[in-house]
Design a protein around this ligand. Structure first.
Ligand SMILES: [Zn+2]
Length: 51
């Protein structure tokens, strides 16, 4: 049974927390970084895992 943890993705430019997702706990050593649309910046930016 894979345990999943909730993570928040925050814009790397302005710090706005725009997305939340889940990930497998076994991969918790690596930080998620995804390119997502930020409504605050009004463009796509890198969004990184935040707590
Ligand atoms: Zn932003």
């Amino acid at each position: 049974m894979a345990e999943r943890v909730r993570v928040v993705l925050a814009c790397d430019s302005c710090g706005a927390r725009n997305y939340h997702t889940t990930k497998a706990k076994s991969r918790s050593s690596e930080r998620l970084a995804l390119k997502k649309f930020c409504p605050t910046c009004n463009r796509h930016t890198m969004h990184k895992e935040s707590k």
